[in-house]
Design a protein. Structure first.
Length: 449
């Protein structure tokens, strides 16, 4: 193996360990189990709470105005930072404009109640725990600190050892184990951001990136506590989380092998074909030594910390200007449909006979919650919290978490990135996950209760 300098070893070991601590290490806090990156984001959010919603509104305005103005500026051969921030097609420009409109309606309390309610636009942009306002803090730290996971060899090191597990079982690269772990222990949004960066850097194909983002971006353990508390079943946490893990693994085995994920292109972000031998262990190496060699080679290529920091700030700006307006626009629309129309209830009606056959008590009420989770993951548990049957409340809460795709957070986040997924892809994946989850969760619920 090539000899590397002490500085390269330090970059790999020290910075990778810091990355593991920040993004993957669970810490018990007064508000439940969190990873340090989430604690930092929460702390900053609390400090800037009085102004963060206005800051978000200004960012939305700049993002929308910039997207309109740049359409009249000829694109140069070399893509600039301004192109990265503002050069989007008319569809995404319209989403940025809608984000400004929806935010203004809530902040100035102008317009129909459906758009000025704390349960719709307010759920996203309120200064006290609003999702979009929280995302500004999370994106700041994630954008600056994600290179600790991606740029100094950690993914290469684990990728070599995990490929024999991840590739045959889930049809994804070994390095994705870190993405998956970051989602399970930390939060699904962190996993999506990490996956998006890896896709843009050419480390995942379109199919692999879509699979990881929609299959392993599981909600945090802390949010699972919130879901259980909503349905008043805290004493069943072990059974609840154990069921989620089991169903998630089953879904991870199935989803990459069927439509629509199976049909995604096996090409990199730039359209090239991946190197088929990239994960093969060369002669003279074993799995461990090759992983270590690849990690140190990666760390050696990123010796300029100033360049890495500059790239991190660019990531932050792209997340703020490109992703948060999309979450605001799609999230508000989905929540308005869920709270003020029968749209999702009507879509859930076909599930009533299925739940009746599976002997789920109050099948008619439970069926109404099966699709509404596409708007927000907590809505099914809120709607089902008054159902008398503990079995049914457990069933609703568990299915809602295993559905995974919801527009007020993970879904909106995916649409805001450059991941190869459209809104209809997300809904189809959500629907398939729901259909597969229902009988498994129903069986387990009957065993428990």
């Amino acid at each position: 193996m090539k000899k590397f300098t002490s500085y390269t070893w330090l970059l790999f070991i020290v910075l990778s360990l810091v990355g593991i601590f920040l993004f993957i290490t669970p810490i018990n806090t007064d508000n439940g189990i969190k990873v340090p990156i989430a604690i930092l984001a929460n702390t900053l959010s609390a400090q800037v709470a009085p102004i963060i919603h206005w800051f978000a509104f200004i960012v939305f305005i700049i993002a929308a105005v910039g997207a309109v103005i740049i359409k009249f500026v000829p694109e140069k051969k070399d893509r600039t930072l301004w192109d990265s921030l503002f050069r989007v097609n008319w569809f995404w420009t319209s989403m940025r404009i809608l984000a400004v409109i929806f935010a203004a309606m809530y902040l100035f309390q102008v317009g129909p109640e459906s758009f000025t309610s704390d349960n719709t636009a307010g759920l996203l942009i309120t200064p006290d725990g609003g999702l979009v306002t929280m995302m500004f803090s999370l994106f700041l730290f994630a954008g600056l600190l994600l290179p600790l996971l991606t740029d100094f060899g950690l993914l290469e090191f684990f990728g070599s050892m995990m490929v024999k597990i991840m590739r045959p079982l889930f049809k994804i690269p070994g390095r994705s184990a870190i993405d998956c772990l970051a989602s399970f222990v930390g939060d699904g949004t962190i996993g999506v951001l990490l996956t998006s960066k890896q896709y843009e850097d050419g480390n995942y194909t379109a199919r692999e990136a879509a699979t990881i983002a929609t299959t392993f971006s599981v909600v945090s353990i802390t949010f699972c506590f919130v879901v259980l508390e909503t349905v008043n079943l805290n004493k069943y946490f072990l059974q609840f989380y154990g069921t989620i893990i089991l169903v998630s693994i089953i879904l991870a085995l199935i989803m990459p092998r069927i439509f629509p994920l199976r049909g995604k292109a096996d090409t990199n972000f730039n359209g090239t074909k991946p190197d088929a031998q990239l994960e093969d262990v060369p002669e003279g190496f074993n799995t461990f030594s090759y992983g270590l060699h690849s990690a140190l080679t990666k760390a050696e290529s990123n010796k300029s910390l100033g360049k890495v920091i500059g790239s991190g700030f660019k990531n932050v700006l792209e997340m703020w200007f490109a992703i948060t307006p999309v979450i605001m626009a799609f999230g508000t629309i989905a929540l308005v449909l869920a709270e003020y129309t029968s749209f999702f209830k009507i879509l859930g009606m076909p599930f009533e006979p299925i739940l009746a056959v599976l002997q789920i008590p109050f099948a008619d009420e439970a069926a109404q919650t099966m699709i509404v989770g596409f708007a927000d993951m907590l809505l099914p548990s809120i709607l089902g919290s008054g159902i008398e049957s503990e079995l049914t409340r457990f069933f609703i809460a568990t299915v809602s978490v295993t559905q995974l795709i919801y527009m007020s957070e993970v879904g909106g986040l995916i649409l805001g990135t450059k991941l190869p997924l459209k809104i209809w892809d997300l809904f189809i994946i959500f629907l398939i996950r729901t259909i597969i989850s229902i009988p498994i969760v129903a069986l387990i619920a009957h065993i428990i209760f």
